[in-house]
Structure formats: C-alpha cells, structure tokens
Write a protein that binds this ligand. Sequence first.
Ligand code: MRU
Length: 354
Amino acid sequence: MPIKTIEWTGGADGAARLIDQTLLPTELKYLDVTDVETMWEAIKVLRVRGAPAIGIAAAFGLYLAVRNSHTVDTTNFKAEVDKAAAYLASSRPTAVNLFWALKRIQRLVDTNAGQPVPSIKEMMLAEAIAMIDEDNAVCRAIGEYGATLLVGQADSLPYRILTHCNAGGLATAQWGTALAPVYVAAEQGRHIHVYADETRPLLQGARLTAWELQQAGIPVTLITDNMAATVMSQGKVNAVIVGTDRVASNGDVANKIGTFGVAILAKEFGIPFYVAAPTSSIDMSLASGDLIPIEERKPEEVTEGFGKRTAPTGVDVYNPAFDVTPHRYVTALITEKGIVRPPFHVSLHDLFAR
Ligand code: MRU
C-alpha cells in the first residue's frame, strides 16, 4: 500500500503532515506545517506537488491561515478567508485542483455565514480532512476502471506501461491517479511492469515514480525522456498512462512538460494514450487547452537541475513546467465516474450532466 503523502495530525491546533518530496529519493522526511506561509512555500517549491495533493494542501493551508483569527464577525472572517485563498492561489497556476479545493472551502464558509466563527473554523478543518478520504475513493475508482484497460497481453507476459512525471500516490493523498490502475492490477495478481520517464528538469519520474513503485514492489525501469521513442519502437510499451493538472472541456490535457511529446510518440507507434483524470482536474469552464495557464519556473531548474551547473552562466532559458496535449492524441480519460472516450466535448458534457 502506498504511504500517505499528506494527512492531518492532532486536533484543531494540529498540523498538516506532508512528505517533503524535494528530499526524495534519498531522504523520507515529514514536515509538520502549522502556518499558511509555510504551506504556500511547500506548494511553490514542490515539497508537496501533483494536482490532487496540492488541492488538499491548499485546503489545509486555508484553515491554517484563519484558525487563530480573533474576529467573531463572520463578514470580517470571510474577508480573511478570501484574502488567504487569493494568497494560496498565487502559489502555482496550472493545476485546477488548487482552485477547486480553495473554492470548495470558501463556498462552505459562505454557506455557513450564519454560524459562529469557531463552528465555521471546525467545518473548514473537517472539510479539508474529508478531502483525503474522498481522494482515496476517487483514486481507487480510477484504479479499478483503469485496470480494465490493461488487457490484450498474454497472462504469462508482463503488461508494460510507460508513464511520465509522477501521478502516483505522492501526487495525491495516497493512491495516485495514473499509477492507481497499476496498483489495482498488481493487487489482482497481474504482472505489470512500468517504464518511468525521468522527467526533466525536476526528475519527478526518477526521484518519485521510481521510488514509490520500488517501495510498493512493482517492477519499474527508469529511462531518460529521450529514450521513450526507442523503448516504444522496440515494442516494450503496451499503453501509456499519465496524470493531468487540468483537462479542458474539449479533452485537451495539461500535464508535466514532455507529456505532449510522449503522446505524439504513442500515436506514431499505435500505443493507447490514457490520461487518469479525477473530475476535480477537469475544468469545464475552458473551451480548449490553449486557455490553460502554464506555469513557468526559474531558469536554475534547467541550468543547475542536478545541483551542479550544466549550462553557461547567463544563458537564456525557457522553462515551462507543463504542456498541453491536444485531445486528438488522447485515447481515453480515466475518471472516477468511468472511462470517457472521444468526442470529449460531448462525453465530458455527459459526464458532468450525470
Ligand atoms: O510539477 P508537478 O510535479 O506538480 O507536476 C505534476 C504532474 O504533472 C502530474 O502528472 C499531475 O499533477 C497529475 S498528479 C495526479
């Protein structure tokens, strides 16, 4: 069973405990976060990362921001909540789960404006904690639907999946999205093998995906990003499964930089390209992926990514953290409500109408 990425410890005056993912794979260290500034920084520098995990982290961050507020006036309290939500929302722009989680807590505060402030604070914490159980159920459902897709290979042979970045347990509360079908299939006694793209520049595939699969005892082979074409051409990949930070209503998918290239390769080699997408990552307000805000990160992630300078000082760098894969490359989206296939502008609409 994957380990818990984020949880709440103690009562109302407790802490959000999260794995500091910047230290993996060499050190497994937990960080107890007790104030909103530390949570903002943890999200910004990727101590906690992955769309669903940062949503949960932001929900705890919002509670932490106002738990010591002295105001008894609900209007003032709501203003404090909204200000803290805007602050947390400024940490990272692409994963819609961050905004989804903040809005959910803000709505709760609005709906309960008639209650005393201490009760609203209690409800905020309870809602953030509930998001963990919910995330576990969502990931489990994605795992079960996704596992049904991993077929068509003789039982004696491993079913081989290629993934990019980390959309495993470390990117959610515990189970992961793209890796959930792998965990479920393994539980069912099936033989699964994962190729993990290293994922330059921050190496989430090498540092995190390879680490968590090793911990879970799932066979994993690490490749650098530029090896994917060779591995696919050698017939070593049965399916690609990746996660997402935001899906537009037409099925365009934002995910870690490099995902688009993997999708193009998969199409070239006739390999299905699946995206594990909890409905909290689907942004029906956006008509297409070109409206998804793409985070740009600091040049040092590219020039000193291995803790050592690997490029000349002063060189111009472009460092977008995500790309958008056009929907025509996506074979299916795996959601907690079922598998969604093209045409996505119709199937996603139907999914949310259910
Ligand atoms: O920059 P990161 O590490 O937060 O990027 C994470 C990803 O791109 C994941 O694939 C995505 O958030 C989905 S996580 C279930």
